[in-house]
Design a protein around this ligand. Structure first.
Ligand SMILES: [Zn+2]
Length: 386
């Protein structure tokens, strides 16, 4: 009903959505990127390239604690709460409707395939499923989110408490690892800002708004850039085996935000954690983490540990360094509350059993099967990656 109210509105003229009034000078006032970056240049010490021996010695005294939040874009035919399709690379603002653009009165309807994919991934990650969960509104303001809130899951996610097994390739040190999974929850994606022209203004493409995502939060179980990159690589393999996502990092179908803190070896208390975004390959993830560990350890070593603040940093591929993006919001800043336009999500044992029986052989099972056949770990990993 609400949809028909807006039937007369023309959505397919990209120029209507160029939002020239989101000029960069205004955007800057929302997040003060420029000021923070200036501040960072002073703070940033970076790994001392001319004295690697000394850095190695310092690193030996510290331990890094790494946790990863991964957003997996689900390859469902339609978006999470409306019937718009999503095609990567489509002409901006051609796959949108009143629901995903958030026009007043438009009501979301949950795509059941999102639940099915979430249950598949949760089972594959050995998680405990919530038979009853719900959606919540996470409020924040940004030009790529016209609704002013994102539909997500807050206190009752679809699944919690699982783990992911993987084998580190022999050339990277080898060994079997098990990393804990804190939670898996469903949410929708936001649109995308395009900083074009002479960079004096930005345009917004809302095709991606409302595309279903799974957020997979790991326990802070990784200790090195290699472990973190191997974890992300195993997640990519898993979602591809399950057929729920193409897992393509370059297209943004698999996005990893990494939380890093360091502490002197033997100390139980965690250090201040810093988040790194903008990691679009496994190798950049590994390099960004190693850079950030060095940056934090050097600050500690120089007695400037208090300069490590809870913030979000960006990986700069060109400069091979992390820079400050913004100071981190607290959970309370989002003013979560239950989404009033969607009913709760209930799943039954029969539904879960049916999905469990439909799961394919997963990478870990395949590796163990090949291992039992007497293949070398190098061959096992090669075949399981295929
Ligand atoms: Zn839509």
């Amino acid at each position: 009903m609400s949809l028909t109210l807006f039937k007369g509105i023309q959505f397919y003229a990209p120029k209507q959505y160029s939002f020239p009034y989101f000029a960069r000078k205004h955007v800057a006032s929302y997040c003060s990127v420029k000021n923070l970056q200036n501040q960072t240049e002073k703070q940033l010490q970076g790994p001392p390239k001319n004295n690697p021996k000394r850095l190695d010695n310092i690193l030996k005294d510290y331990e890094a604690i790494i946790g990863i939040e991964t957003h997996v874009q689900l390859s469902t035919h339609t978006k999470a709460f409306c019937s718009c399709p999503y095609t990567y690379g489509a002409i901006p603002n051609t796959n949108i409707c009143p629901v995903c653009v958030g026009l007043p009165g438009a009501l979301p309807v949950l795509n059941s395939k999102v639940i099915e994919s979430a249950v598949k991934v949760s089972l594959a990650l050995n998680c405990k499923l919530s038979m009853t969960s719900k959606f919540d509104r996470k409020q924040y303001f940004y030009p790529d989110l016209p609704k002013g809130y994102q539909i997500s899951q807050f206190d009752i996610p679809i699944a919690t408490g699982g783990y992911l097994d993987l084998d580190i390739p022999v050339e990277l040190g080898g060994g079997h690892r098990r990393f804990g999974i804190t939670r898996v929850h469903m949410e929708e994606d936001a649109g995308k800002l395009l900083h074009t022209g002479n960079k004096s203004y930005s345009q917004v493409d809302l095709n991606r708004a409302g595309v279903p995502l799974l957020e997979i939060v790991s326990e802070p179980d990784m200790r090195t850039g290699i472990e973190a990159a191997e974890y992300a690589s195993e997640l990519q393999r898993l979602v591809r085996y399950l057929g729920v996502s193409n897992g393509n990092m370059q297209e943004g179908s698999l996005r990893c935000d990494v939380n890093i803190s360091v502490r002197p070896i033997g100390q139980l208390e965690f250090g201040t954690k810093v988040e790194i975004k903008n990691l679009n390959s496994f190798s950049s993830m590994s390099r960004a983490i190693d850079f950030e560990i060095s940056r934090q350890v050097i600050l500690h070593d120089q007695g400037q540990g208090d300069q490590i603040v809870q913030e979000t940093r960006l990986w700069e591929e060109g400069g091979q360094k992390t820079i400050t993006m913004r100071k981190k919001e607290g959970l309370s800043d989002y003013r979560y509350f239950p989404e009033p336009d969607l009913p709760g999500v209930s799943i039954t044992d029969n539904y879960v059993d049916r999905i469990y029986k439909s799961l394919p052989e997963l990478p870990e099972m395949k590796r163990r099967r090949y291992e039992k056949m007497g293949l070398s770990m190098q061959d096992v990993l090669f075949l399981a990656n295929d």
